[in-house]
Design a protein around this ligand. Structure first.
Ligand code: GH3
Ligand code: MG
Ligand code: MG
Ligand code: MG
Length: 304
């Protein structure tokens, strides 16, 4: 993506209690961006959650929730806190600007403004936002397989653990390890091994389709699948699906002592947090134990 692309085609939410102000900004930005608008703070938060804009242009003085309150609410919401906010306001005192920046705004534009300057500032914030998004994405992704990495898995696991504990819902994990992968590398070479990791992880990703499910690369040839709100029966179904789907890849493994093609072993564990496991790490240890049993039992199988 080029620098110009980064700075254009954003989804911008304009929040102002005066329709004419919205129209001026809409007119200034519509050639380069998609422009949404809200006439009050509550609507703005609703729309932001629903539409996930790239940037918010926010009026300060509004009846009801003012711009500072909107800013505070955005900061408090995990799903909204990364959306940059530019204040666009008739206020112009240094203390107004300071207060806006302290509330979490990234920029402050006083009215009357110059349209070209507003466009340029919007572009520059969009570029920063998109670079930050790309960095975050990279920092959470495994470079080889494109699935989540262990760090991002651990973050999600902690959050889902707390969520399921609060809601009294089950939490399942499946620990997955490729069978005889050292022999695979020895026989076919490391590059073929990498390709195999990509194929196997893509096959496994197809097996967990709910939006809250998360597949991650846990270590070298070890993966983990998080299934929030999934009871033991459901986790069992997913585990069988993974065995099927990896089997259907039929990646030849001439050096394996247990099957002519690449297979995986799985350890499945379901708990009701925090009742039958003290913390998320205990859940992982339990799944790991089951994985060990699956290996002991002959591989290419799951243990629950
Ligand atoms: P088991 O069935 O008991 O799991 O045996 P295994 O050979 O799969 O297990 P072991 O832990 O002995 O070997 C894991 C191998 O995975 C060794 C390592 O070289 C390989 N590996 C780990 N990460 C990568 C990677 O990124 N690319 C490739 N090609 N190989 C990797
Ligand atoms: Mg106003
Ligand atoms: Mg292995
Ligand atoms: Mg291993």
């Amino acid at each position: 993506m080029s620098w110009t692309d980064l700075a254009r085609n954003g989804r911008i939410l304009v929040v102002d209690d005066a329709m004419e102000n919205i129209q001026i900004l809409h007119h200034a930005l519509r050639d380069e961006h998609e422009v949404l608008f809200a006439l009050d703070g509550e609507k703005a938060l609703e729309l932001a959650l629903e539409q996930q804009p790239d940037l918010i242009l926010l009026d300060a003085v509004m009846p009801g929730m003012d711009g500072y309150a909107v800013c505070a609410a955005l900061q408090a919401s995990p799903r909204l806190q990364d959306i940059p906010v530019i204040f666009v306001t008739a206020l112009s005192q240094p203390e107004d600007e300071t207060r806006a920046l302290e509330a979490g705004a990234v920029d402050f534009i006083s009215k009357p403004f110059n349209v070209a300057v507003v466009r340029a500032r919007v572009r520059s914030q969009l570029t920063i936002k998109r670079q930050a998004d790309a960095m975050r994405e990279l920092s959470m992704t495994d470079g080889l397989t494109g699935v989540a990495n262990r760090r991002s898995f651990n973050d999600t696991l902690d959050a889902e653990w707390r969520r399921c504990a609060r809601a009294g819902l089950p939490l399942s994990v499946i620990m997955i390890d490729i069978d005889h992968f050292k022999l695979y590398n020895d026989h076919y070479g490391h590059q073929a091994g990498d390709l195999c990791l990509q194929q196997v992880s893509a096959a496994m990703a197809r097996c967990a389709s709910r939006p809250q499910d998360m597949l991650a690369r846990y270590g070298g040839e070890e993966f983990i699948l998080l299934l929030p709100q999934e009871a033991a029966e459901g986790a069992d179904v997913v585990a069988r699906r993974i065995l099927d789907e990896v089997g259907r890849l039929a990646v030849p493994h001439a050096a394996s002592t247990t099957a002519p093609h690449v297979t995986v072993s799985l350890g499945v564990c379901t708990v009701m947090p925090p009742l039958d496991a003290t913390d998320a790490n205990a859940l992982i240890r339990l799944a790991d134990k089951q994985l060990y049993l699956a290996k002991q039992g002959g591989r290419n199988r799951h243990c629950t």
